[in-house]
Ligand binder design. Structure first.
Ligand code: FEO
Length: 164
């Protein structure tokens, strides 16, 4: 049986993953309105992945005999100063999520919850990937921001993202 402390902390993380999904869905809407369908597609895929992260934790709690307690999801921002600002926020947000996963791991260590530590190792590796992907797009944006044709080419590349 999972401890109350661990259960509460996982429920908090489920909410953060759901908020991430909502935030990226909001960015998808922003990119649709901005005429960058490739970036919108990237955000739809990212939003779906965040939902999967939430569900991974959800099912884990159920498997451990815990109780899922869903909380209200905060309203995400809807407008950004430009494509660059949106991707800078993706990167900053992923860094926050990484910190939150590390904090959760600290709880699992303190609770001597070995099963949760194993589960969280997957999330820790996933965050390395998430930060890397966002940082790469920010770097590309920085180089091409002033060149509309190059922005459209990058949009085309982002639109090729599959459901990985
Ligand atoms: Fe679920 Fe992007 O972290």
């Amino acid at each position: 049986m999972i401890s109350q402390t661990m259960q509460d902390a996982i429920n908090e993380q489920i909410n953060k993953e759901m908020f991430s999904s909502y935030l990226y869905l909001s960015m998808a809407a922003y990119f649709e309105n901005t005429g960058l369908p490739g970036a919108a597609k990237w955000m739809y895929v990212q939003s779906g992945e965040e939902n999967e992260h939430a569900m991974k934790l959800f099912h884990y709690l159920v498997d451990r005999g815990g109780k899922v307690a869903l909380k209200a999801i905060a309203t995400p921002q809807a407008e950004w100063a430009g494509p660059m600002a949106a991707f800078v926020e993706v990167y900053a947000h992923e860094q926050l999520v990484t910190k939150s996963i590390h904090d959760l791991y600290e709880v699992a260590l303190a609770e001597k919850d070995y099963a949760t530590q194993v589960l969280l190792q997957w999330f820790i590796s996933e965050q390395v990937e998430e930060e890397k992907n966002a940082a790469e797009i920010v770097d590309s944006m920085k180089r091409i921001e002033a060149h509309e044709t190059a922005v459209l080419q990058l949009d085309h590349r982002l639109g090729k993202r599959g459901n990985d």
